[in-house]
Ligand binder design. Structure first.
Ligand code: PLP
Ligand code: ZN
Length: 400
């Protein structure tokens, strides 16, 4: 099914700051004029002729996120680098829902992805497109999971990968990166320092920078979470989606995906979800900027949290994240490490899902939102468990 030419409805890339249009048949990073994040734009009328709810229903789940190939950027099936990413379950959390007094609580369980996190979605699409564009060497700064996923897909695509990561990254991810044959370069400091190190060498070494939101196609992979959530709710959007926010691709992707379904007329109701960003009290630049009414974040100094995926001192796409939270009438909320650890236990014991700390933070946030009366008991609430707790077992086991 994926071997032939794909009717991708991708039209252009546009800058989310200055609006300049770019040609997706060339290699693109961020807007060369203003540094803005580039978004992929699809021909809606053409897409409508290619894809609809019935047709999607007939496509096997085994195609994973490539079930939505017309709404993805890859043109030739032979360029698709897939390990079975996407098509994760939306699990109704009945026991946990009863405890919390919620009738429609769901967990989008991304731990079932290759490499154990949702990062696989973005990197399957980005590496496939990189292969299509003839890119031979890629690199990124990472808190671990994105690097592991990049390394896995790059291995399969026979593309060289160089990964910059903080020294204190969990051993599991460092081992994964090495096993997949990527070059691992350890850095003192945070993911921001890792990014600076990569920037210094990328031109000299001919490395294509796959940093979060500095490359247009990781987001395209992640938007399929939005497609799947809505499809599994029979083309109705949830009322609330709670997402752990680091660089913001997951949250932005879900919002982009749901809005694409909306403009294609695939939603049963016009209603859109309230998007809720969760961060750690030890690193909460988005939460701070949101509540101060700012358009951009300030760099969070001395970030500290047990959830490495959300330890991002200044997300590159901060202005987009803040816009989505406001547009969707959502909010941003910070939780402590203690609350995260309690939530790991609670989700494991009630639903049999051992979440990563980042994923557990959404449950910790849900408790607070309920206390503050910000969610009604009949509303459809989706928590996104972004990855498997098994990747953090050394860390989690210290707190038993
Ligand atoms: C990267 C990561 C996040 C944060 O995702 P963004 O899309 O960058 O905001 C959350 N959870 C896990 C497990 C991650 O690896
Ligand atoms: Zn621009």
């Amino acid at each position: 099914m994926l071997s032939a030419k794909i009717n991708s409805a991708l039209k252009t890339l546009y800058c989310t700051k200055c609006g300049t249009i770019y040609d997706p048949s060339r290699v693109n990073t961020v807007c060369p004029k203003c540094g803005g994040v580039l978004y992929a734009d699809y021909d809606v009328e053409y897409a409508k002729t290619l894809i609809n709810c019935d047709l999607l229903r007939k496509r096997p789940r085994s195609l994973g996120l490539w079930r939505f190939m017309e709404l993805l950027p890859v043109k030739e099936g032979r360029n698709i680098i897939s390990l079975g990413e996407g098509a994760t379950p939306l699990i109704k959390a009945k026991r946990l829902g009863e405890i919390l007094g919620l009738k429609n609580l769901y967990i989008k369980d991304e731990s079932l992805n290759p490499t154990g996190t949702f990062k696989a979605r973005g990197l399957s699409v980005a590496i496939s497109k990189a292969l299509e564009l003839g890119i031979k060497k890629v690199g990124m700064p990472t808190a671990g999971n994105a690097g592991a996923a990049l390394a896995a897909y790059a291995a399969r695509a026979s593309i060289k990968a160089v990964i910059y990561t903080p020294k204190n990254t969990p051993k599991t991810m460092l081992t994964e990166i090495t096993m997949y044959g990527a070059e691992l370069r350890l850095v003192d400091g945070t993911i921001a320092d890792a990014g600076r190190e990569l920037s210094k060498v990328k031109d000299v070494e001919g490395i294509f920078d796959m940093s979060t939101m500095k490359e247009p196609y990781r987001l395209e992979g992640k938007k399929t979470m939005g497609y799947e959530i809505v499809e599994d709710l029979d083309w109705v959007t949830p009322d609330v989606i709670i997402y752990p926010t680091g660089g913001g691709t997951g949250l932005l992707g879900i919002w982009k995906g749901i809005n694409e379904l909306r403009v294609m007329g695939l939603l049963k109701e016009e209603k859109l979800p309230r998007m809720i960003s969760v961060q750690s009290t030890g690193c909460a630049p988005i939460v701070k900027a949101f509540h101060e009414g700012k358009e951009y974040t300030e760099v969070w100094t001395n970030p500290k949290t047990i959830a490495p995926g959300i330890k991002v001192p200044k997300p590159y796409a901060d202005y987009l994240i803040l816009k989505v939270l406001r547009e969707s009438k959502g909010t941003a909320i910070a939780v402590s490490d203690k609350e995260i650890l309690d939530a790991i236990k609670e989700l494991s014991k009630t639903e049999g899902i051992l979440p990563c700390p980042e994923g557990a933070s959404t449950l910790a946030a849900l408790h607070k939102l309920l206390e503050q009366g910000l969610i009604d008991k009949d509303e459809i609430v989706v928590l996104v468990n972004t990855g498997s707790g098994l990747k953090y077992i050394d860390l989690i086991s210290q707190y038993i």
